[in-house]
Write a protein that binds this ligand. Structure first.
Ligand SMILES: O=C(O)C(=O)C[C@H](O)C(=O)CO
Ligand SMILES: [Zn+2]
Length: 280
């Protein structure tokens, strides 16, 4: 398990580009027949990716539950959400099979013991992007098909940020202990997300960017609103954002991203908005 121990506001201001990347960038998320994992000490969110090709992969393939988490099995005291951004696939959780076509999501509660993930076609493998957070209660497992997410239009063409915020793991869709998760799609010709920016000291957030062409890139802005920094992001990379940090990106073309949040509450609108004129 790749562990990130978190950085305070003051140290953040002095970090080099490489130090920022080492601490906050999550890359190599999808590798054939592997399960990747980055354990952040910011609210103890675990960012994971699985791409089954030759056969099924076990969620715990690269996890030592006792050493990494002090428990008998990974989800003994955790919940997990996932969205499949690849070809059609499936998840078997404690014997129950869920078919996840592209952009379907799945929530599995605390107490789920055995989880394996598979692709329907090795030539078009599924890619399961996953976020896991500490939990204290076993809510219902739920397969969230794309159509059942809450679709919230946002932005406009004039500000180059016309997009749809698809809320999958959200209080209006299902109950969880603390995990929230969704997928935001930018319309063609639009490049900005989450501008005007916000922070939410009550929750941290991970942004995972995909659908970025190989020739294109994205600048993700983070840090305190009056002292921003950036990370250059390529396709299928994520950025861990501390709760005191803004999180916003601009691409050299349009793209899609998955946001995952955890912390004190699940109130999506609990945000501290920052006027664009106040950014530094
Ligand atoms: O496009 C957006 O704006 C977002 O997707 C915002 C995120 O959902 C977010 O930052 C929620 O706190
Ligand atoms: Zn946010």
């Amino acid at each position: 398990m790749d562990t990130r121990y978190s950085t305070g506001k003051d140290a953040f201001k002095h970090m080099t580009t490489q130090e920022l990347r080492d601490e906050f960038l999550v890359d190599r998320i999808f590798r054939p027949d592997e399960v990747s994992g980055v354990y952040s000490h910011i609210d103890r969110i675990v960012t994971m990716g699985a791409m089954p090709v030759a056969g099924e992969v076990d969620l715990e393939k690269n996890i030592d539950a006792m050493k990494d988490f002090g428990v008998e099995y990974f989800l003994q005291r955790r919940e997990i959400g996932m969205i499949n951004i690849g070809g059609d696939g499936y998840v078997i959780a404690d014997g129950k099979r869920y078919e996840l076509v592209s952009l379907d999501g799945l929530y599995l509660p605390m107490g789920t013991k055995n989880v394996s993930l598979g692709s329907n076609d090795a030539k078009k493998p599924a890619k399961f992007y996953m976020s896991s957070t500490p939990a204290h209660h076993a809510f219902e497992a739920k397969h969230i098909v794309f159509a059942d997410a809450k679709h919230v239009p946002a932005g406009n063409k004039a500000e180059s940020n016309e997009r749809v915020i698809n809320q999958y793991i959200h209080p209006d869709v299902l109950d969880t202990c603390q995990l929230s998760m969704g997928l935001t799609q930018l319309k063609e010709g639009n490049v900005w997300n989450t501008m005007p920016v916000h922070t939410h000291e009550r929750r941290m957030e991970v942004y995972f960017y995909f659908d970025i062409d190989a020739e294109q890139t994205l600048f993700h802005f983070f840090g305190e609103p009056n002292e921003t920094r950036h990370i250059v992001v390529h396709n299928e990379q994520a950025v861990i954002n501390p709760s005191w940090s803004i999180h916003s990106g601009v691409g050299t073309s349009n793209y899609t991203f998955i946001w995952s949040m955890c912390g004190e509450n699940r109130t999506y609108t609990d945000m501290d908005h920052v006027a664009t004129k106040d950014l530094r």
